[in-house]
Design a protein around this ligand. Sequence first.
Ligand code: C5P
Length: 221
Amino acid sequence: MIVTIDGPAGAGKSSIARDAAERLGFEFLDTGALYRAMTLAAIRAQVDFQNDTEIIDFSESVQIQWDGDRVLLGGEDVSEQIRTPPVTDAIRFLADLPQIRERLSQIQREIAVGRDMVTEGRDQGTEVFTDAQCKIFLTASPEERAKRRHQQLSAMGRPLPLEEILKAQNQRDEEDRIRPMGALRPAEDATVIDSDGMTSEEVLEQVLRTVREIQKGDPTH
Ligand code: C5P
């Protein structure tokens, strides 16, 4: 069974998807990590981000693997390096290109073959796993998402002004929404969960309830 969880940056998808997978005894796939790894590889190779052909040609030589929790680039674990601002800022140059999306979508489908899996991203229910039995769109208001990120960064000893976080987040939301292929939107058959005012445990419980109702074959989910 495939469970897709899509939604905007900062909606808490990653931790909810990881926890849901664990509780269900499923595997977990963070598709943003694959986009990030491809971007890191391109930065390291000093690919010209203004040149689509160069990006696409380069991407064909990149070896990305997912080991269930970590992302590997040509065998090297790059799970930490992919979370840096230069990577986050450059992802759009790759994520906007249909050829790159097709390649990464193919990798995602190959990873999921024959598995029970919770996959997390932007286009999982709409493009990559259109036949998934359970599709969830996890969202929250921009203010709430920025507030959570602010608290997270402060707890890590790296506080940033809330307005700055909100501004960067709005820009990413816009980039993710207007993308011609793989744009951020709920699938028509997705269950939308708006997590404003909910604790992460409450969100997790709602996700698990949604999956279990579908597992029971309940058509009223
Ligand atoms: O989920 P995360 O924030 O790590 O994703 C980073 C970026 O990768 C997103 O902002 C989006 O541009 C891109 N992405 C995508 N499709 C996915 C997952 C991520 O375009 N399935």
